[in-house]
Design a protein around this ligand. Structure first.
Ligand code: PEP
Ligand code: CO
Length: 445
């Protein structure tokens, strides 16, 4: 692989976590070189636009909505599933925009969310122990020796699956499907439920407002297309590094696999490989912060990742847990505010609220998700900072993975349609319900 900036590879000399134990390193190097020769998936100019949008959100003039699977799968990259996820995010965005009269920056955990950090390198079932599933870009979910073997060919398949996903995202969001005059049609095909009906009423209001503006002669080109950005956890360096390219306009490295990347809770040590690599790329970046994060750590992360304190550069995605956020978040907000930094603060109300049922399902209670969101807004109101966005695991399908919501999914129901290979996602209806609750909080802001 050609060297870009020698410095860009400094991470290779640092301790690194959560990488697969590849057996054939030559094969990994060959695939990485091939990926490095393939076209970028995003353009640096788009990435710069996103940074501007996020700067607005950090300043309280916009709100970020990030949503998608915990782990995308290759088999799940179908037209129907991608479309349902996009529709769900668009519907949530309309609810937020209308409710809060504020621009919403739309972003999928999509087109590259294939690699997963795991709490253990191995998984044991009965008396068989095999490598843990690390996401489709590394190995297979089936519990067999062959499938769990990390396979470098999957890196290439990850690239191509991301490419076809982002292609469809672009087609849907630029080609008329996301036109605000279609606001009713995004609701079609989903099972009828109270959240849908509430949405229908809102869509009728929007329709009426658009017709009024049209009759008054307003020009609606703005409504025909939406900006829809992609983001994923920047975890697997054998994929992220070859997707990093120097932009010919500015001479700076961009990760061209996605507009936005974040560092997970498990790989954000200050002297580790990921933080170093992220400090060198020009994309807007995020860092997950769990409940044990100290104020000092947050300041050190700012110094490393955003030394210039550039608006829109750095997003903190807090995932504290509903029971902890009201204690754990305010001191971080205070410290950062006192230091004069203005990162974008986003809530991930999913990852601090995991539970396992007696029957063995990994799940989350919708009420805990809602409670963490409310705690997030309360903390910002108390400190005087801006609650700038929400990051959720969702799907447009009617799965039964999270407990509760107005459909009242209970433990027995989980088994009926539990499809996630990793964390439980909000289904279409729970996602819409959450959007209405967030809109209420935003109105109070
Ligand atoms: C995730 O976003 O799927 C994830 C693993 O989150 P975290 O790093 O916050 O645990
Ligand atoms: Co997850």
């Amino acid at each position: 692989m050609p060297t870009l900036h020698a410095d860009l590879d400094h991470w290779r000399t640092l301790p690194i976590k959560q990488q697969p134990s590849w057996t054939d390193l030559d094969a990994v190097a060959a695939v990485s070189a091939e990926i490095a020769s393939l076209p970028p998936l995003v353009f640096a100019g788009e990435v710069d636009n996103l940074r501007d949008r996020l700067a607005k959100a950090a300043a309280g003039q916009a709100f970020l909505l990030q949503g998608g699977d915990c782990a995308e799968t290759f088999a799940g990259a179908t037209a129907e599933q991608i479309r349902n996820r996009i529709k769900t995010v668009l519907q949530m965005a309309v609810v937020l925009t209308y409710g809060a009269s504020m621009p919403v920056v739309k972003m999928g955990r999509m087109a590259g969310q294939f690699a997963k950090p795991r709490s253990s390198d191995t998984e044991t079932r009965g008396d068989v122990t095999l490598p843990a599933y690390r996401g489709d870009i590394v190995n297979g979910y089936d519990f067999t020796e062959l499938s769990r073997q990390p396979d470098p060919a999957r890196l290439l398949k990850g690239y191509h699956t991301a490419a076809s996903t982002i292609n469809l995202i672009r087609a849907f969001t630029q080609g008329g499907f996301a036109d605000l005059r279609e606001v009713h049609s995004w609701n079609k095909g989903f099972a009828q439920n109270p959240a849908n009906q509430q949405y229908e009423r809102l869509a009728t209001d929007i329709d009426r407002a658009i017709k009024f503006m049209e009759a008054a002669g307003a020009d609606f080109d703005e409504l025909k297309r939406v900006e829809f950005y992609t983001g994923h956890e920047g975890l697997l360096m054998d994929y992220e590094r070859p997707m990093t390219r120097v932009d010919s306009r500015t001479g700076t490295p961009y990760n061209t696999a996605a507009h936005f990347l974040w560092i997970g809770e498990r790989t954000r040590e200050l002297d580790g490989a990921h933080v170093d690599y992220f400090s060198k790329i020009r994309n807007p970046i995020g860092v997950k912060l769990g409940p044990s994060t100290s104020p000092e750590t947050v300041l050190e992360l700012i110094d490393k990742l955003d030394p210039e304190r550039e608006p829109g550069r750095l997003t903190f995605i807090t995932r504290m847990g509903a029971g902890k956020i009201r204690d754990a978040l305010p001191p971080l907000l205070e410290t950062v505010k006192d230091a004069g930094a203005t990162p974008l603060w986003v809530t991930d109300p999913m990852h601090g609220n995991g539970i396992t049922t007696p029957t063995g399902y990994k799940t989350r209670r919708f009420d805990d998700v809602v409670d963490e969101v409310r705690g997030f807004f309360e903390a910002h109101r108390a400190v005087g900072t801006f609650p700038g966005g929400i990051h959720v695991e969702l799907t447009g399908d009617d799965v039964t993975e999270c407990l509760g919501g107005s459909e009242q999914i209970d433990e027995a129901t989980l088994a009926t349609r539990y499809e996630s290979l990793c964390d439980p996602r909000l289904n279409h209806m729970q996602s819409l319900e959450l959007a209405f609750l967030v809109a209420e909080e935003l109105e109070k802001r």
